[in-house]
Design a protein. Structure first.
Ligand code: LLP
Length: 389
């Protein structure tokens, strides 16, 4: 991970001093660098499309802001949606229905009807869902999410592909479910698996691709030809200063090699959320209180787990800096904590930082993925602003 530039002791973000952004828009505020967002999209697209026809379906659960979706629509992105709300937001941002795929879990009939009424393809997650969909809309193209029995992720809470997972068609039922769908008269387009979120190694993606390609070939022998493989999302990003990025070319070359060597599949879909949006965005929060509590020193800020829940929920690490004392030497270790009435409300533990004072602008890095989208009104606090530069 790379650090930001400094000008006159102030951190610069997207060409602006973070103090100016905080003054102008108030805090807490999520700030996104549009150029970085576009670069991330292009890096990923270029890495895969040099080998195979690739479609990116941005997993908009990571951030559904209309401004961000509109930028990605301009780049040619499709959308991975998990709810009718996400489908409607994507349509509003100008993404055509044929570029949206709905991958829900535990989906109600009402939601399936609403999604298919919009002409959006369904990635079916269970046998129950298939049978119910057959009564609602048999004309909509479908694919299946399978459980690859391969899992990866930054926390157990976000591993999705393991054996016994609540997600996908269990491996033992996959073939008969495709055969059943064919018998029901569905237009079956593809196969999908997601292993989990925030993994930092390439191998699990290759292991899952082996499972997908074997299944594609088994289905072909039964006369079921698929158009695409969807490898889901999950590409991790570094959150710590000394961490390296996953080697995208190794990932793309490895995955596409397995597809092209073993199958007739000509199209790959990928569903990155975190990779696209994470490091394009920081959270600015103002120091409102400073406390020396004997065994601990606290920097009290105006963002809590209502604004960014990842540290409290997954013990996720987010790098923090004091934006108006950028580059100044650290004086002690601090807890960065918010206004929520729970002791689990923190943004960062035990961080070496310069002497804090009320009014400082604390910058939380890598806040783009699952930051704003998981924020809440807890303690009756309003959602904060999002700004795109
Ligand atoms: N596709 C499917 C089917 C998924 O379930 C997910 C994420 C993605 C794509 C996108 O994964 P990504 O590329 O962003 O890793 N709230 C958690 C992450 C939950 C991810 C759930 N599924 C966090 O803050 O880390």
């Amino acid at each position: 991970m790379k650090d930001y530039e400094s000008k006159n002791g102030v951190m610069m973000f997207a060409g602006m001093p973070v103090t100016d952004i905080a003054d102008r828009f108030g805090t807490p505020v999520y700030v996104t660098d549009e150029q970085r967002l576009r670069e991330n999209y292009r890096n990923l697209y270029n890495a895969f499309s040099q080998y195979i026809d690739t479609k990116i379906h941005y997993a908009c659960k990571a951030n559904t802001s209309l401004a961000i979706l509109s930028v990605l629509a301009q780049e040619g992105s499709g959308i991975d949606a998990v709810s009718i709300g996400e489908v409607m937001t994507a349509l509003k941002a100008g993404i055509p229905p044929e570029d949206i795929m709905y991958t829900g879990v535990n989906v109600s009939d009402a939601e399936m009807k609403a999604v298919t009424d919009q002409g959006v393809m369904i990635n079916v997650d269970s046998v129950s869902q298939l049978e119910r969909l057959a009564k609602i809309n048999k004309k909509i193209p479908i694919s299946f999410r399978i459980t690859p029995e391969v899992g990866s992720g930054h926390s157990d809470k976000v591993v999705t592909g393991k054996k016994g997972s609540k997600f996908g068609i269990p491996k033992a039922d996959v073939i008969k479910t495709y055969v059943r769908a064919k018998k029901l008269g569905f237009d079956i387009k593809g196969i999908h698996a997601d292993i989990g979120s925030g993994g930092q190694t390439v191998q699990p993606f290759l292991d899952a691709m082996d499972v997908l390609t074997d299944t594609v070939n088994e289905l072909k022998e039964l006369g079921i030809d698929l158009e695409f493989i969807d490898m889901g999302g999950g590409i991790g990003v570094p959150y710590k200063m000394n961490e390296d990025e996953m080697d995208l070319n190794e990932l793309a070359a490895g995955v596409t090699d397995i597809i092209l060597e073993n199958t007739d599949i000509k199209k790959l879909i990928i569903e990155p959320g975190r990779y696209i949006i994470c490091d394009s965005t920081v959270l600015l929060t103002r120091c409102v209180d400073v406390k020396d509590a004997d065994t601990k020193k606290y920097i009290g800020v105006d963002a809590g787990f209502n604004t960014l829940i990842r540290p409290a929920m997954y013990d996720s690490y987010h790098y923090v800096a004091i934006g108006n004392k950028f580059g100044k030497a650290a004086t002690a270790k601090y807890e960065v904590v918010g206004p929520i009435c729970e002791s689990g409300d923190y943004l960062a533990h035990d961080r070496a930082l310069p002497d804090p004072s009320e009014g400082d602008v604390v910058v939380v890095y890598n806040a783009g993925a699952y930051g704003f989208s998981m924020s809440s009104n807890y303690n009756s606090r309003p959602l904060c602003r999002e700004v795109l530069i």
